[in-house]
Design a protein around this ligand. Structure first.
Ligand SMILES: NC(=O)c1ccc[n+]([C@@H]2O[C@H](COP(=O)([O-])OP(=O)(O)OC[C@H]3O[C@@H](n4cnc5c(N)ncnc54)[C@H](OP(=O)(O)O)[C@@H]3O)[C@@H](O)[C@H]2O)c1
Length: 335
């Protein structure tokens, strides 16, 4: 019989936590004992394999009972527990941004750099949900033709900001249909999100770049092991519930033909590429409980030689978070 893992999920009552529990079940991950945790601020229970479990507030002793801990809560919680647990031999799969850029912590998308997962490195980080689509879609093109410059505009779903953000969009829409106006300045976002969008995901640094834009750039360079890659992005929050979309301009060191790019994209692991320009992906159809990244609208850019454009959609809660963590866990279980 396959080895079973005692599994803890910190943040089991949250958006990503809920998806992760579903994937642990549906992908038949060999779970022995199961321990869900939440903030402890309010009572919460989760269902797993037909049983109800009360979520507890995490402590080192409680987490240490697990062989594998999924961190899907906050940077602070990951910082408090993950390094110590990893040092004690517990696999820690961290979806927070706390350790993504830390030296010695593998930042992993299994299809792209799964070889970075090694038994000696028990703390493994999963990347930001926005860059995942670009990292997967362009991985093979980068390997063969070396991407030197990347420009991105992102169109990010509200679920990327957690359960409360998703509820906010729903509440704003209800208020609009009841009262004829969207409430100004309440809740989770800097602006109303219903019937709106804004170019702010996280706070801005002194140069005016948002936290999300900086994450995309730093993390992609690390995952592709491409420190010299030039990246510029504008991250935009849009009133989509689930599924992040990206408009990409990519420039390569080596020349290509569109036919060659199409062939590479068609064979890229974890990607479904639509060569027919009318068959482009969109979040409602391609970013909702989907296991792969989708791309379409490939064309030669008019701005520079060796530059092409691509449209990419992926499920921020699956491939951008819970599924990616699951795939990391499956690699670990295969050791
Ligand atoms: N949403 C995405 O698309 C996405 C993608 C990639 C990575 N991530 C990362 O995944 C993590 C979870 O995101 P989410 O969207 O699922 O957020 P969420 O819906 O707000 O859920 C947060 C979860 O963390 C728990 N939590 C908060 N403070 C805690 C504490 N002190 N101790 C233990 N648990 C605590 C919450 O418990 P309560 O219910 O008790 O508050 C809840 O279960 C974040 O680090 C986020 O950056 C999210």
């Amino acid at each position: 019989m396959a080895k079973k893992f005692n599994v803890a999920v910190v943040g089991a009552s949250g958006m990503v936590g809920g998806e992760l529990l579903g994937l642990l079940e549906s992908r038949r991950f060999p779970v022995g004992d199961f321990y869900p945790f939440n903030s402890g601020r309010k009572p919460a229970s989760v269902r797993f394999h037909g049983k109800s479990y009360a979520c507890l507030k995490p402590s080192f002793a409680a987490l240490k009972q697990a062989d594998m801990v999924f961190f899907v809560s906050t940077d602070e919680v990951s910082a408090r527990f993950a390094p110590k647990l990893a040092a004690a031999g517990v696999w820690c799969i961290d979806d927070s941004s706390k350790f993504r850029l830390a030296a010695g912590v593998p930042l992993v998308i299994p299809e792209v750099n799964g070889g970075e997962i090694r038994p000696a490195k028990k703390l493994v980080a999963g990347p930001n949900c926005t860059l995942t689509g670009a990292a997967v879609a362009l991985a093979d093109i980068h390997r063969r033709l070396r991407v030197t410059e990347l420009r991105l505009a992102t169109y990010q779903a509200v679920s990327g900001a957690g359960k409360s953000a998703m509820l906010q969009l729903e509440e704003e829409l209800k208020t609009y249909f009841k009262k004829g106006a969207v409430p100004e300045g309440s809740g989770r976002f800097p602006r109303p999100i219903a019937f709106n969008l804004f170019p702010q995901v996280g706070g801005f640094d002194r140069d005016g770049h948002s936290a999300e834009e900086n994450k995309v750039e730093g993390e992609l360079r690390k995952i592709w092991n491409a420190p010299g890659l030039k990246i510029s992005s504008t991250a935009v929050r849009v009133p989509v519930l689930r599924g992040h979309s990206l408009a990409i301009w990519a420039r390569t060191a080596k020349p290509w033909t569109l036919g060659a790019l199409k062939k590479i994209l068609a064979r890229t692991p974890g990607l479904k590429f639509a060569a027919d320009p009318y068959n482009y992906p969109a979040p409602l159809s391609h970013g909702n409980r989907t296991f792969v990244v989708y791309a379409g609208r490939l064309r030669k850019a008019k701005t520079a030689a060796n530059e092409f454009q691509l449209w990419v959609v992926s499920d921020n809660l699956y491939k951008g978070a819970a599924l990616n963590s699951m795939q990391i866990a499956e690699r670990i279980a295969g050791f």
